[in-house]
Design a protein around this ligand. Structure first.
Ligand SMILES: NC(=O)c1ccc[n+]([C@@H]2O[C@H](COP(=O)([O-])OP(=O)(O)OC[C@H]3O[C@@H](n4cnc5c(N)ncnc54)[C@H](O)[C@@H]3O)[C@@H](O)[C@H]2O)c1
Length: 435
């Protein structure tokens, strides 16, 4: 075993969640309940998964915490920002994801998590009208206030380290623009000149987090840290960044199912994915400009698994469509339908239907735990910039597209990347190949 150079996970870890909605409060409640022994953090890789390290007679299957120094659930302190002032207890009750019996035992702790004023611009999410919002004249002022929030939080709660994770609403689509997003100098100039078109509020959170020495994770499909200017900032500050868009329901199924079609060399004619959901996320995504951000993220999955250029006969003409429909009666219980048109021997068509009756925030919560704990680990291991090993958790994983890198969307290849990174940070060799 090589020498382990990862700094230990000493002291408290602050997890500051942008947005105190359904996902954020389900995550916080689950962690607080789990540490009282009243619930189990099911679905969390860091709490359950065991991977092999070593080979032959030396091989062992260990939990991540026995391979690398991970922060403990007991050491976590939560903070949040939101457009609405309700504390995490009120927000959890409002979200109606969890039953009262699963919230009440940690009521006091949730009530103590009070949203700081949000860095918000209504043009980025028109359906929201809360007033717990910072009064800033420029984007740069937003950055400065957010930096102060992080410093104050760290001091008040005696945190050794803080991770910032975005679980706020999806913003309208901000496409990468070479004139504003290529270099850090451009981005800073745009923030200072209050360029509200090219600088989303989420970019201010990311900028503040990185400059305060906190890893930043983008859980929505926003392009926030998926621009070269932010990669430059992450390199400069030596901080990890990850994103984008939690891979929870339909895209999890897609990235796990598409490899079956590809591995058996079956043809794919079309994949139609539709969803109904009725929570506030669904309400925001009902706005076409916000949905577009999600659509771009969801559509990117198939093309890197079933590649047209490598297998034109099989994947040269895939019709891929994704729809999300706001349907209030279902609230957080999302229903996803996938209709997959495949073809086999001599081109004969077949169909596969998948109907996933899922719970959006129940699927997302463990991802927040894993992404925050693993980003904190990465920072202590001296890893910075885009953390590709976290692609496993993300719908539209980040990669350096300016250098021709491709996203890895195949769930099983992503899992190999995750295991190899844990092995390496634990001082073992990365011993599985990704073909
Ligand atoms: N649940 C899933 O399966 C899943 C999967 C992938 C991504 N996501 C993303 O996670 C995010 C959260 O989902 P949710 O169901 O909790 O939504 P939600 O609407 O319940 O919560 C989002 C919260 O963010 C707040 N907010 C919006 N803009 C803000 C800003 N600039 N600063 C601070 N707070 C802000 C809103 O007021 C709201 O309370 C969404 O972007 C969603 O697309 C969820």
């Amino acid at each position: 075993m090589e020498q382990n150079i990862v700094r230990p996970a000493e002291g408290k870890l602050g997890i500051m969640v942008v947005g105190c909605g359904a996902v954020a409060t389900t995550f916080m409640t689950g962690v607080l309940m789990a540490r009282k022994g009243l619930a189990k953090p099911i679905g969390s890789m860091t709490q359950y998964d065991k991977i092999r390290v070593g080979r032959g007679d030396d091989k062992k299957y260990l939990h991540y915490k026995d391979i690398v120094p991970l922060a403990k659930l007991d050491d976590i302190v939560f903070g949040t920002w939101d457009v609405y002032p309700q504390n995490a207890y009120q927000a959890a009750v409002y979200a109606e994801v969890l039953k009262a019996k699963d919230i009440e035992p940690v009521r006091e702790e949730l009530m103590a998590v009070k949203p700081l004023k949000a860095a918000f611009d209504r043009n980025y999410a028109k359906r929201l009208d809360g007033d717990n919002v910072k009064d800033c004249k420029t984007r740069w002022e937003m950055v400065v206030e957010l930096q102060k929030d992080i410093q104050d939080f760290k001091r008040q709660h005696g945190c050794e380290r803080v991770v910032v994770i975005w679980a706020a609403s999806t913003e309208i689509y901000v496409p990468y623009d070479e004139a504003y997003h290529k270099t850090l100098a451009q981005l800073e100039a745009a923030m200072k000149s209050n360029d509200r078109e090219h600088v989303a509020p989420s970019m201010c959170y990311a900028y503040a987090a990185l400059t305060e020495g906190c890893p930043f994770i983008m859980g929505a499909p926003n392009t926030t840290v998926d621009i070269p200017a932010m990669w430059e900032l992450a390199e400069k500050t030596h901080m990890p960044i990850a994103g984008k868009d939690f891979k929870t329901g339909q895209t999890l199924v897609k990235s796990g199912f598409a490899p079956i079609i590809k591995t058996r060399n079956l043809g794919l004619a079309g994949w139609f994915s539709t969803n109904i959901l009725g929570n506030r996320d669904g309400l925001v995504l009902d706005e076409p400009a916000n949905f577009h951000t999600k659509e771009v993220s969801k559509l990117s999955t198939l093309e890197t698994i079933c590649k047209a250029d490598e297998q034109p006969d099989l994947y040269g003409n895939i019709y891929h469509k994704v729809r999300i429909n706001y349907y209030p009666p279902r609230n957080d219980d999302k229903e996803g339908w996938d209709n997959i048109d495949i073809f086999g021997w001599m081109g004969y068509p077949m169909q596969i239907k998948i109907n996933f009756l899922c719970r959006d925030s129940i699927l997302a919560a463990p991802l927040l735990l894993d992404l925050t704990l693993l980003s904190d680990l990465a920072a202590r291991a001296g890893r910075y910039g885009i953390q590709r090993f976290l692609s496993f958790f993300l719908k539209s994983p980040m990669h350096d597209y300016t250098r021709g890198e491709e996203a890895v969307n195949n769930l099983f290849e992503q899992y190999t990347m995750l295991k190899n990174a844990i092995r390496e940070m634990g001082g073992y060799e990365a011993d599985e190949e990704i073909d």
